[in-house]
Write a protein that binds this ligand. Structure first.
Ligand code: SAM
Ligand code: SF4
Length: 271
């Protein structure tokens, strides 16, 4: 069956769904979470895999062909490899990726590849061990280096590095990441540190995010809210409305450009 195409009110074709599978994380990046961590959702609030798959099935039938698994840290969600396998089996899915902090990739890269994950974006804001600990508050950078290596050897390519910058890619930490990427044949994308509440965002340097004219995305949060935009407080509950109606409402609610979001945080939206 020929897949449909889905367009929003501004005639942008929406073919990309980002799915946050958990609000939990094994890091505490200073721009994403408070030091003490966050009030976590209860087990019952988090969508089960069959509920996620219901959204995915409908989205793919409507023309989504690109899916990214994110979080929180997606690799701390129990069974995430099985979820990847279920999504990878769908014929309409042409691009299946994951955004991860990479710390658990040494453990999971091969299984993810075998399950059908195509590629990973790995967050790396510096290559300096002390700065890494400062930024993530608790991270051990040696796990990140090993995770990146494991992703490359498992063939989860192209491996792209996501590097959050304060102001410019000329910053010392960003330059370290740039050099590491060059030395290891990896791509790097520089993401301005954003602020949901003030609506501060800039286009991703080396990527597609943050450019409203080209936006092709919808987001599903781990508790089942379909979000029209990172920078919008709107959201539609899959459990309350049913997956098809929540998806349709989110599509219709896509704003021409991002505003402010006073309801969410990066760790529940998945970036
Ligand atoms: N834990 C995974 C990771 O860090 O890659 C996936 C979730 S994380 C929320 C997704 C992306 O959002 C990461 O690349 C992270 O750097 C980015 N991010 C988090 N907070 C941000 C902020 N305030 N501004 C810009 N990017 C942010
Ligand atoms: Fe965790 Fe990713 Fe947020 Fe860092 S950016 S605290 S790794 S969810």
């Amino acid at each position: 069956m020929e897949a449909q195409s889905m367009y929003d009110s501004f005639n942008r074709r929406i073919n990309y769904l980002r799915i946050s599978v958990t609000d939990r994380c094994n890091l505490r990046c200073r721009y994403c979470m408070p030091a003490e961590g966050v009030q976590l959702l209860s087990h019952d609030e988090i969508l089960r895999f069959d509920e996620i798959m219901e959204v995915v099935d409908i989205a793919v039938a409507r023309g989504v062909d690109k899916i990214r698994i994110t979080g929180g840290e997606p690799l701390v969600r129990k069974g995430v490899v099985e979820l990847i396998a279920m999504i990878a089996k769908l014929e309409g899915v042409k691009d299946l990726g994951m955004t991860t902090n990479g710390l658990l990739l040494e453990q999971y890269a091969v299984a993810l590849k075998e399950a059908g994950l195509m590629r990973v974006n790995i967050s790396m804001d510096t290559t300096d061990p002390d700065r890494y600990r400062e930024i993530t508050r608790i991270g051990d950078i040696s796990l990140l280096f090993r995770g990146i290596k494991a992703a490359v050897s498992a063939g989860l390519t192209p491996v792209k590095l996501n590097c959050v910058i304060k102001k410019t890619p000329e910053e010392p930490d960003a330059q370290l990441v740039k050099r590491f990427a060059e030395d290891n044949g990896l791509q790097v994308r520089f993401i301005h540190e954003m602020n949901l509440e003030t609506g501060y965002f800039r286009p991703v340097i080396g990527g597609d995010g943050g450019d409203c004219k080209k936006c092709n995305r919808l987001r599903l949060t781990s508790n089942g809210i379909i979000k029209p935009c990172l920078f919008s407080s709107d959201g539609f509950s899959v459990r309350e409305l049913g997956a098809a109606i929540a998806l349709e409402k989110a599509l219709r609610a896509k704003p021409k450009s991002g505003g402010v979001n006073s309801r969410d945080e990066f760790y529940n939206l998945g970036g």
